[in-house]
Design a binder for this molecule. Structure first.
Ligand code: FAD
Length: 309
């Protein structure tokens, strides 16, 4: 049993790292698997202004602080992604993208969420060659060039407003006939003469010259009419989906792929496996709620380990 860990934590966003702080302080010697996106979603945002105690802090700085905190109390981080799990036998087993195998008495799943994709022709080919999900990361690359943002929610409005720093050729394409963003965000966009909105439309094809995007084809959902729009970038802001496919049926998920937990705890359909953060939360999806549920998951795991030992 020497190589069986007390607690493995999958995910290094606010949820996983907060769980690690609590677990490390009770000497469970947790290991955090960072996955493809160490630090999680906050790494790709600019300022966070709703984290208690910090009026305004860069997302990356906030995550760095939490990571340092977790490390200070003895958390080990491993830059690997979990690709397969076995939750049927105890100890539980995880396999990683580097073909390593880890065993543990308890596991916390804190794998967060990632952007939804369009699934249209050209999306894969031009991913990173104009197709992106992060205006803050890539926006400056498109100075004075036409750009398109897909979506009608807060993220799309935020991306469009942000892009006005670089270009005055911004088009938002939205599937519905009304934006779904908060009134304040909508107002900011409506008041900006450099942002044009096309409603009732979706992207049906992304075309380019093999080096970068040159245009997209959009289809009007009502008339089925197709239009070509020249663009050098396509920012996807059409929502997010939980990172739970790697579980491959090992835990009970809801219809949208979120891990089902037994409220008010973080227990899942398998005793000894706990879930927290955006991977188990379709409703709040905030850094502070993710961190709060990370704390709950660590306390639940600690109690579980005490009762089974
Ligand atoms: C642009 C943007 C701006 C935001 N701004 C704010 C804000 O101002 N305030 C706020 O409160 N919230 C904000 N949020 C929301 C906030 O970032 C999330 O609610 C929060 O990060 C969720 O934390 P999490 O730990 O559950 O997951 P995430 O932050 O998504 O982290 C998930 C982690 O799991 C890892 N992972 C995934 N799959 C695997 C796997 N198979 N194996 C190993 N690891 C894996 C990833 O690499 C990542 O480290 C913003 C989100 C975005 C996208």
């Amino acid at each position: 049993m020497n190589n069986v860990h007390n607690l493995l934590i999958i995910g290094s966003g606010p949820a996983g790292l907060t769980a690690a702080i609590y677990a490390a302080r009770t000497e469970l010697k947790p290991i955090v698997f960072e996955g493809d996106s160490p630090g999680g979603q906050l790494i790709n945002t600019s300022f966070v202004e709703n984290w208690p105690g910090n009026i305004s802090i860069l997302g990356a700085q906030l995550i760095n602080n939490i990571k340092k905190h977790a490390k200070h109390f003895g958390t080990q981080s491993i830059h690997e992604t979990i690709t397969k799990v076995d939750f049927n036998k105890r100890p539980f087993t995880l396999w990683t993208n580097k073909n390593n195998e880890y065993k543990a008495k308890a596991i916390i799943v804190a794998t967060g969420a990632g952007p939804k994709k369009l699934g249209c022709p050209g999306e894969k080919e031009y991913w990173g060659k104009g197709v992106t999900t992060c205006a803050i990361c890539d926006g400056a690359l498109y100075k004075d060039l036409p750009v398109v943002i897909i979506g009608g929610g807060d993220t799309a409005m935020e991306d469009a407003s942000f892009m006005t720093r670089f270009t005055n050729q911004i088009t938002i394409i939205h599937l519905l006939d009304k934006l779904t963003a908060s009134p304040a965000m909508q107002k900011r966009v409506f008041n900006n003469p450099h942002i044009k909105i096309i409603y009732n439309s979706t992207v049906s094809e992304i075309r380019g010259n093999s080096e970068h995007i040159t245009e997209i084809v959009i289809t009007n959902q009502k008339t089925h009419e197709q239009t070509t729009i020249p663009t050098r970038a396509l920012f996807l802001a059409i929502g997010i989906k939980p990172n739970t496919t790697f579980l491959n049926g090992a835990l009970k998920l809801d219809n949208y792929g979120y891990i089902e937990t037994f409220c008010p705890t973080t227990s899942t359909s398998v005793e000894g496996i706990f879930a927290c953060g955006d991977a188990a939360d379709y409703m709040y999806r905030q850094a502070i709620t993710a961190a709060g549920s990370g704390c709950m998951a660590a306390l639940d795991a600690q109690r579980y380990l005490e009762t089974t030992e």
